[in-house]
Design a protein around this ligand. Structure first.
Ligand SMILES: NC(=O)c1ccc[n+]([C@@H]2O[C@H](COP(=O)([O-])OP(=O)(O)OC[C@H]3O[C@@H](n4cnc5c(N)ncnc54)[C@H](O)[C@@H]3O)[C@@H](O)[C@H]2O)c1
Length: 347
């Protein structure tokens, strides 16, 4: 490419400012964030000013029409992801869309279809894949050191971590609460390590016992009066290949830890606890626990943005694929459906 790669940002809030814009700007001189769009124009202008971005838009469609962009980051509430990603790809842009892919499986499918039709990269913001621990376990799994991974556990529980900013407690704009927000990160990481097997049956339960009343907010004060999402989700997923996954996440629960992540994979040759990383095998008649002597600290958000750019500029193979986004969205939808009907759902 002879000219700089031109990047646009849709949604000028927390994740755009902390994880997307700075990491485009620290990649290389060959990449420029040229415009930012936010439906509140003041916010777009404020963000443009803070990051020395030359153009601010109120309507992202005007930005797509006028700015000759090569790539777009989508950092808006979940309900807008599908439309904005599809419009961006159809305007000729590669897309890095924040997680979750969308608020419904049918939207995620449409996004996947348009990615296939246009040949554009569509990556989702599942940045835990870029954590050193996950990368290490993935290498072991890919080399067959785990054997067949047939069981896994994915949990992200917060004691009082209901986000006090944005629209994270608004079902219409987010599609749900802890499951589709923080829980989906662990779900994706587990599926990624398991090789993204095809799901079979899903059983889910959700609760909203704590979010609807006032309480101590460790991630800001949340709006309990308009709290319309679940604050806890639990479930079990079985897969066509016989594997199974236990899931749990909470925005709020009466537990000891302020914030606790559990990611566990169990194969017939080895297993791992990912956070912190410990691995288990049986070799030469001995049960072994082993862990890295040193694991390089990594900025997963930065690695994710740089990987997206490497895929565009250097032809690297994306590690995050649109059909995986559709699959995890199908599981999320099935968990919600099962929670509402009280029955297991065939996926
Ligand atoms: N990967 C992660 O770790 C991570 C962390 C936080 C948020 N996220 C995801 O990023 C997205 C945004 O979250 P956030 O924390 O930045 O929220 P936020 O509320 O801080 O920012 C969202 C921004 O989008 C703007 N916006 C709303 N509707 C819009 C529209 N139709 N068009 C353009 N702009 C619009 C808002 O004005 C706001 O500036 C969500 O999908 C969330 O799930 C991911």
């Amino acid at each position: 490419m002879n000219r700089k790669l031109r990047v646009g940002i849709i949604g000028a809030g927390g994740i755009a400012r902390s994880a997307h814009i700075p990491n485009y700007q620290n990649y290389s001189d060959g990449v420029e964030v040229v415009a930012v769009a936010n439906h509140n124009k003041d916010k777009a202008e404020d963000c443009a000013h803070e990051f020395s971005i030359h153009h601010a838009y109120e309507d992202y469609r005007d930005m797509l029409r006028e700015m000759e962009l090569d790539a777009v980051s989508i950092c808006t509430p979940n309900a807008f992801h599908a439309e904005q990603a599809i419009d961006s790809m159809q305007s000729g842009c590669h897309v890095l869309c924040e997680k979750p892919p969308a608020i419904s499986a049918s939207d995620a499918e449409r996004m996947e279809e348009v990615a296939n039709q246009t040949g554009k990269h569509l990556m989702y913001g599942f940045h835990f894949r870029f954590r050193s621990e996950v990368e290490a376990v993935k290498r072991f799994a890919d080399e067959g050191e785990m054997g067949e991974i047939y069981a896994a556990e994915a949990k992200w529980n917060r004691r009082r971590g209901i986000p006090g900013w944005g629209v994270f407690t608004n079902k219409e704009l987010q599609g749900g609460g802890t499951l589709i927000d923080n829980g989906i990160h662990m779900l994706d990481a587990a599926l990624y390590l398991m090789g993204y097997p095809e799901p079979k049956t899903v059983l889910g339960v959700t609760y909203d016992k704590i979010g609807k009343r006032p309480g101590v907010g460790l991630l800001g004060e949340w709006d309990h009066e308009n709290f319309s999402v679940e604050d806890m989700a639990r479930g079990m997923i079985t897969f066509q290949n016989g594997a199974s996954l236990l899931f749990e996440s909470s925005f709020a629960a009466n537990i000891a830890e302020k914030d606790a992540r559990v990611l566990k994979v169990m194969g017939d040759e080895g297993g791992a606890d990912v956070f912190p990383l410990n691995m288990y095998q049986e070799k030469h008649g001995t049960l072994l626990d082993f862990k890295p002597a040193y694991l390089k600290e990594s900025n997963a958000h930065q690695k994710q943005v740089h990987h997206f750019l490497d895929c565009i500029l250097k032809g690297e193979e994306p590690i995050s694929l649109p059909d995986q986004g559709t699959l995890v969205q199908r599981i999320v939808e099935a968990l919600y459906e099962s929670a509402s009907t009280g029955e297991a759902v065939k996926v």
